[in-house]
Design a protein around this ligand. Sequence first.
Ligand code: RIB
Length: 342
Amino acid sequence: MKKLSIVDIANHLNVSKTTVSFILNGRAQEKRIGKELVERVQKFVDEVGYKPNSLAKSLRTGKSNIIGLMVEDISNPFFASIARLIEDRAYKNGYKIIYCSTDNDTLKTQELINMFRDRHVDGYIIAPPEGIEGDIDELLKDGMPVVLFDRHLPNVLTDYVEIDNLYSTYNAARHLIQQGYKNIGFVTFSSSQTQMTARMKGYKDALKESGLKPIIQEIVFNQNEEFIIKPITTFLKKHKELDAVIFGTNHVGTCGLKVINSMGIKVPEDLAVVSFDDYDVFQLFSPSVTAIAQPIEEIADKVITVLLNKLNSSVNGKEPQAIVLKTELNIRDSSKMTANVI
Ligand code: RIB
């Protein structure tokens, strides 16, 4: 059955389209429309089961009450947990979320931004891949609120929320150095994203301070485990001198632990381990895994709070905020010094 429009209702009841629109948008009293007419329209609408066309409404009111959320990979536990918390908070504030995965692919991200534009989303939350500075600048020029998170784009002036990536890996490396580890490796994705370059710098700074030589394996960004496991295996086979390793993201860390396990490497006796991003299961591992834990709830809270404030404030032009949150180094058995390493 054809979806009824406001015009169909107006023609059927022989009243003006404007009157029907005011009644359906709860403005009858404001527009002094009589109770009898309101009830007549409401009764007919209930009888025919009229549903307002949300797209038409957004065109008319300029608001869709939809937020576009773009993360690297929605199936990645880090992004999934943040997306869920953002969705709950948005819903409580009258917004729905459309989320999607950029796969760190610039072209795909540009297509997704165009899709969100077509859907007239009211605001954007983006963990940006490289190369979309221009697209985000266009959104900002069009008055669209955009909040970046997990990494930022240095030349794009908008709000972002991230963690102190540099200190996180610096502190993890210091933890290993202070226990006597001397040949500490770093395995990460090769990326110019700000969070990844900061993590690399934190590791290098800590080793430099102690006169230790960095031993680094950079992996081409991939979501396919096979293409992460292979280079880690090669790296660990090549660098028998390693007595400790830091993995730069959750996915690299879980793949690294699989390789260590498959190679029969004993942790921490043969190799101490620290991984970026904590998982509940890391405490259950034997040995339990030392991890850099990101404040998931706080990241989600800050991201959606900043965006909602921008959506609700008619005043634009507020100075963009750079919110940098702290991580926790959860020290467990995988990075403890054991007698036979000294
Ligand atoms: O894949 C998720 C990991 O990379 C997290 O460390 C997050 O910060 C992202 O940069």
